[in-house]
Unconditional design. Structure first.
Length: 355
């Protein structure tokens, strides 16, 4: 015998239980005739997925909402795939928009059944918009890693060529060996940074700031890219008189180095043999600026979208270098800007706030 005050399953009206489950399901559920002409019974989630607030539903039968004819007509006109009868229960995916015009991607599954001899269609609708967006972001992060990995491997190949040319100069060869070792370590670190890139894109990355000497970072980046510059016949010049031991900011050294390296690498790739690329630093009253200058102007078609993902002025470019640098600067509370003209060439500036 059940305890006093307890509720047994037998005491619950089955229709009420079914209604309550139907209404509270997180997925959108609707039931209507095979031609879609019958009145639709829909749960709360069905209405909300397509952008129809619950108060717009005029009648209710138990806990199941009944859509008025004019609302159902609007839904059928806007989402004709709901009237497309399937011969199996294979999920279908549709890209569309909500009632307010915002993007919507749904997974639709259909099941046929009979009720008192009447054939009906049970439609289940799942909003997969966020899931698809996250999948795209993960793929983007993987592409970012491939982009940077390619550059590190290219640097190693250039260093090997230089080392071969310096086989009679032991001190220089030893220095190049140390460079190769450091680049291998960076490459291994990069292979672990896929999650990091994904979190930055999603705005979920948590910065772990440490004191960073920009002078040291810039010189490290220059040393790392010297083999690339040597191979291309392009000279790297530095102008860092004001970047002394006082040029310190709080941030993540590896990310800051990555932003600077992306800009310097882009500048080197834009130039032909005999050109010079300048990297300079300046301390302001409240900020520190690192500039990378090269003599070639950015193509007019690219200028307005210079910091967008996958935008490149080169056929072989991935279009990720400046995009990644922008993410890193936003993460550090800084800014990135580009100025270009046929007369003055191109200058890309990273500006970091000083605490």
């Amino acid at each position: 015998m059940p305890n006093k005050g307890s509720v047994s399953l037998d005491s619950i009206a089955v229709p009420s239980l079914i209604d309550a489950i139907f209404y509270s399901m997180p997925d959108g559920i609707a039931v209507f005739g095979p031609t879609g002409e019958n009145t639709v019974y829909a749960n709360q989630a069905f209405c909300k997925i397509f952008g129809y607030e619950c108060e717009m539903v005029s009648e209710t039968y138990r806990n199941i909402s009944i859509l008025p004819h004019h609302i159902m007509g609007e839904i059928r006109e806007r989402y004709p795939f709901l009237d497309t009868q399937q011969t199996d229960e294979t999920p279908r995916y549709y890209e569309t928009t909500r009632r307010d015009g915002s993007p919507l991607e749904v997974r639709v599954t259909e099941t046929m059944f009979e009720s008192e001899g009447t054939p009906l269609r049970l439609i289940t609708v799942v909003d997969v918009t966020e899931q698809r967006r996250l999948e795209c972001s993960k793929k983007s992060a993987e592409r970012i890693i491939r982009h940077d990995l390619r550059d590190y491997i290219a640097s190693l190949a250039n260093a090997a060529e230089i080392m071969n040319a310096l086989h009679d100069d032991k001190p220089a060869s030893d220095e190049m060996l140390e460079y190769i070792r450091a680049t291998v370590v960076q490459t291994m670190d990069l292979m672990e940074s896929g999650q990091q890139a994904f979190l930055m894109e999603e705005g979920l990355y948590t910065l772990t700031p440490q004191p960073v000497e920009l002078h040291d970072v810039v010189h490290h980046v220059v040393r790392m890219l010297e083999p690339m510059a040597y191979s291309a016949g392009v000279a790297i010049e530095t102008d860092l008189p004001s970047l002394d031991e006082t040029a310190v900011l709080n941030g993540e050294r590896s990310l800051i180095a990555r932003a600077v390296a992306n800009l310097l690498r882009n500048a080197l790739e834009a130039e032909s043999s005999g050109a010079r690329v300048l990297i300079r630093g300046e301390i302001g009253e409240h900020d520190i600026t690192i500039e990378v200058r090269n003599p070639t102007a950015v193509a007019p078609a690219v200028r307005e979208r210079f910091f967008e993902k996958y935008v490149s002025g080169r056929n072989s470019g991935a279009g990720l270098g400046t995009y990644i640098a922008k993410l890193i600067m936003e993460l550090h509370g800084g800014s990135i800007a580009m100025h270009t003209s046929e007369d003055d060439g191109t200058t890309v500036a990273l500006t970091f706030p000083m605490e």
